[in-house]
Design a protein around this ligand. Sequence first.
Ligand SMILES: [Ca+2]
Ligand SMILES: [Ca+2]
Length: 242
Amino acid sequence: MKHPHFSRRLGALWLAAAIVLAGSALSSRATIVIVNGGFESPALAAQGATWAMSPTAAPGWNTTAGDHQIEIWTTGMQYGLAAFEGNQFTEINANQQAALYQDVSGLAAGLDIDFSFAHRGRDTVESMQFTITDLGADGLYGTLDDTTLFSKIYSDGTAAWGSYTSAGEGDILTTGDTLRFSFQSLATGSRGNFLDGVEIGVSDAIASTPEPGTWAAMAFLSLSVGGSAFYRRVRPLFSPAR
Ligand SMILES: [Ca+2]
Ligand SMILES: [Ca+2]
């Protein structure tokens, strides 16, 4: 059976979200809308000085860096430093000051946005600015119809990961436009601002939502019977393709 407005790609995204949410820091109601938030893909060999630096080092992520380089570290690469989650994390400044971001389109309006992430300084207390921007009707970043939905600066030293969530930040709602989720390093130069464990999810306060323990069963069900029940629950979060 064909499901209009629901592409195979989105279906895969929902399944991935269901799996991720088993250990999520976000509400059990939230559906993750970004990909590779833990910088675990592609998996690098876990050995001393292994890192990746390339435009495709972290699928799903984009950088504002002029050289387009994204840098991924593995646990133990330097300073005995371990990833906040999994085995890999990123340093926002690869060769220069930059922002890492993901644009998410197709979200219905009026959904609650929740987030969590971990941040750490490399050399000293370092700061970055997390911003959620509505790109407006033109869907383009940096134009006059952009609106900032949320923006906050986070500062952490080298001793430990700082762990943050949207708890206590008030409601942040989707608008129906494409949104940019951006982590802008405020450190200059080729070093600074480790980032890991990024989870950004949306939830509909009205939708009936299963308990976390049922997600895996639902994912299995959707694979087994074509996902009609699973899709019906989650499809209202996305508006029809435009
Ligand atoms: Ca990670
Ligand atoms: Ca715009």
